[in-house]
Design a protein around this ligand. Structure first.
Ligand code: GDP
Ligand code: MG
Length: 239
């Protein structure tokens, strides 16, 4: 199978103050690496990871890693609008980074209207909890998550705890949003891309139907590929 083949692309953005661990989270998820001294992100970096959200539905996750510094905000603002998912990251040993989460959330929320962004709140560097360094309790973080209407997860890029879970939680919530119609494929918006847009538009998104039983499933796949021209478009669109 062509490893670059995907049916959907979700663009997901990393949000949070500088040094909370956004780039380290991405490095751990996409390369399974942790560096004690990681280069500071300047402007915007990209990372890619593929995920099968259900059998036969392969999603290319495109992560945009922003620099949290105020001086770069003008760069990153223009990217919010074309994102469908966001990880709101704070460092649980840094209280100020937790207090800024509401601002990050509000800033993105305002700029993406009328589009929708699916968030997960991430309390990062939980390995430091063992050393008594925690400055934000789980209860407080869960309360904030409840106010924002998002799930909460505690992660560590150092030991890998919950890293995959945090990213996949966002991706699966976006996919659920597509299934329920809460998130829609819209022209001129790059938050979600379909590899073969004409297939997604014709009868509604072909790949977004609930997984059919095996025999009907092959019928759906046949529908996807029965036309050579469509197959060609699908392959052409793969990057
Ligand atoms: N103890 C610990 N340190 C971390 C963790 N994740 C990142 N760091 C460290 O925090 C610092 C800032 O990380 P970075 O990923 O550059 O943060 P960013 O500015 O939000 O992208 C670096 O020194 C990392 O090594 C973690 O899970 N645990
Ligand atoms: Mg960074």
């Amino acid at each position: 199978m062509d490893l670059t083949l995907w049916q959907y692309q979700f663009r997901i953005i990393m949000l949070g103050d500088s040094t909370v661990g956004k780039s380290s989270l991405l490095k751990r998820y996409t390369e399974d690496l942790f560096l004690d001294t990681i280069n500071q992100t300047v402007g915007v970096d990209f990372y890619v990871h593929f995920l099968e959200v259900e059998p036969g539905v392969r999603v290319k996750l495109q992560f945009w890693d922003t620099a949290g510094q105020e001086r770069f905000r003008s760069v990153t603002r223009s990217y919010y609008r074309n994102s469908v998912g966001g990880l709101l990251v704070f460092d649980m040993t840094n209280r100020a980074s937790f207090e800024h989460i509401k601002e990050w959330h509000a800033e993105v929320w305002e700029r993406v209207q009328p589009y929708k962004v699916v968030f997960v709140l991430v309390g990062h560097k939980c390995d430091r909890d063992e050393h008594g360094d925690r400055a934000v309790s789980r209860e407080e973080a869960e309360k904030l998550a409840g106010q924002l209407g998002v799930p909460y997860v505690e992660t560590s890029a150092k030991n890998g705890h919950n890293v995959r879970e945090a990213f996949e939680m966002v991706a699966r919530r976006v996919y659920q949003g597509l299934l329920s119609g809460e998130v829609q494929l819209l022209e001129g918006w790059d938050g979600v891309k379909c590899a073969a847009p004409q297939l997604c538009r014709r009868e509604g998104p072909v790949w977004l139907r609930p997984a059919p039983p095996p025999r009907r499933r092959s019928a759906v796949l046949e529908l996807c590929f029965k036309d050579k021209a469509e197959q060609a478009v699908l392959i052409c669109d793969v990057r």
